[in-house]
Design a binder for this molecule. Structure first.
Ligand code: SIN
Ligand code: FE2
Length: 219
């Protein structure tokens, strides 16, 4: 995958990998990420200010995925439910601003997938270690369902479950590898999705974990 020299040439993202339609409004952009070392540096900067933590689900369990956020709004879960908020509950301060390199990546992936003008105001950062999973769910706490979801995979591989508009619809299994970006919007915006338990692996940039960046227009 590309690395930081791409940043200097102005050729930040895209143009190298395969693309495949996952449905109406849903696309996987294989290997779309370049400048991955700079992205990881930005992840580190955000997670230093707003550390990854295991939020509590409405049912009272600690999530196995560790999360944090950047941007005007951050994703929250606790006993009272899922929602977005402007403050990190751990610090009482606003979430760190969204790094420009994050916004540029999300916007260029969205445009490539047919959603020009995407203005993400929330980036959820998920960290998965081997054995961690994310059960099937819809992203539906955002106010805006016209904007797509842009999901960036970094580090060790995972298997993405991509279902339909009801929980019981058949799901497809899609391997997600370092640098892949999945975009779902339009008629696919509310499709159920999840991540199967990760297998142990190592990646030179992340070590034994997977980092997922999920961009939304939430507010
Ligand atoms: C999510 O649904 O929030 C994350 C999906 C992923 O980790 O790829
Ligand atoms: Fe999701």
């Amino acid at each position: 995958m590309g690395n930081s020299p791409d940043l200097l040439s102005g050729d930040l993202f895209g143009g190298v990998g395969d693309e495949a339609m996952l449905g109406d409004g849903a696309v996987i952009l294989r290997g779309f990420v370049s400048g991955d070392a700079a992205l990881m540096a930005a992840v580190l900067a955000v997670t230093t200010q707003a550390p990854l933590r295991h939020m509590i689900t409405p049912g009272g369990f600690a999530m196995s995925v560790a999360t944090t956020s950047c941007g005007a709004l951050g994703w929250l879960s606790d006993r009272s439910g899922y929602r977005y908020g402007a403050l990190d509950p751990n610090s009482g301060r606003p979430w760190p601003p969204m790094p420009d390199i994050f916004r540029a990546l999300a916007q260029s992936a969205a445009a490539r997938a047919g959603f020009p003008g995407f203005q993400p105001d929330a980036c959820l950062i998920n960290r998965y270690v081997p054995g961690t999973r994310l059960t099937l769910h819809q992203d539906k706490n955002e106010r805006d369902f016209l904007s797509p979801i842009v999901s960036v995979s970094l580090g060790i591989p995972a298997v993405f479950l991509f279902g339909g508009l009801t929980r019981t619809d058949k799901t497809s299994r899609i391997g997600l590898f370092h640098g892949d970006v999945v975009v779902w919007g339009g008629p696919s915006r509310l499709r159920y999705h999840g991540i199967l338990p990760l297998k142990p692996a190592e990646h030179p940039l992340t070590g034994a974990c997977r980092i997922n960046l999920t961009f939304r227009h939430a507010g």
